[in-house]
Design a protein around this ligand. Structure first.
Ligand code: GLN
Length: 190
């Protein structure tokens, strides 16, 4: 299975390691010509403003948006979720805007920027969740499935081909969320 990982900024190596361990062929997407036929796409955490700017400067924005709009399965973590969101409540930018959710950037404040907890994710029990200056989803469109909530805030959701997470499963040992993503890919290719 060939997975493209946006690699212009942020925590892409961790996704690459985890997905390689799970047997995927990972392609680092650093420039427009790296974008090829993909079974899945990962949008990693980092800084959404920087990633958005680089995507335009590197002419990667439109081809990636087309890939997402063409139903390629996407796993987006943290800044990646911000890139997918149709609206950012505390920022006037919109990036791909392909997921009908409103997110709040740095939603836990800058002081309490980072924390860890355990919560359920869909059918998966007790998943360790590491939050790093994370957004959460304030409102979600009716076709969005909520996969996980922490303290009454939505921290994981799925809309069609797009899975958006506030937290960073790639920095922990547990590979279940990446396996869930790969299952979605297998399910969609039938
Ligand atoms: N705070 C970052 C942003 O707004 C996201 C943080 C992250 O990806 N870990 O883009």
């Amino acid at each position: 299975m060939r997975i493209g990982i946006l690699s212009v900024q942020g925590a892409f190596i961790e996704h690459e390691k985890m997905l390689s361990e799970l047997g995927c062929d990972c392609v680092e997407l650093r420039k427009k010509t790296d974008i090829c036929s993909l079974d899945g796409l990962v949008l990693p955490g980092g800084e959404s403003t920087v990633q958005g700017k680089l995507l335009h400067e590197l002419s990667m924005f439109e081809p990636l948006k087309e890939i997402i709009a063409a139903d390629t399965p996407v796993l987006a973590t943290c800044a990646g979720l911000i890139l997918l969101a149709r609206k950012i409540s505390n920022d006037s930018n919109v990036y791909f805007g392909t997921m009908p959710v409103t997110v709040k950037r740095n939603a836990y404040g800058r002081q309490l920027g980072s924390f860890t907890c355990h919560s359920d994710f869909g059918d998966l029990k007790e998943v360790k969740m590491t939050f790093i200056r994370a957004p959460y989803i304030e409102t979600a469109g009716e076709d969005v499935s909520i996969l996980s909530q922490v303290d009454n805030h939505i921290v994981a959701a799925r809309y069609k081909n797009q899975i958006g997470l506030s937290f960073h499963p790639e920095v922990d040992e547990d590979t279940r969320i990446h396996e869930y993503f790969l299952e979605q890919i297998k399910g969609m290719s039938h």
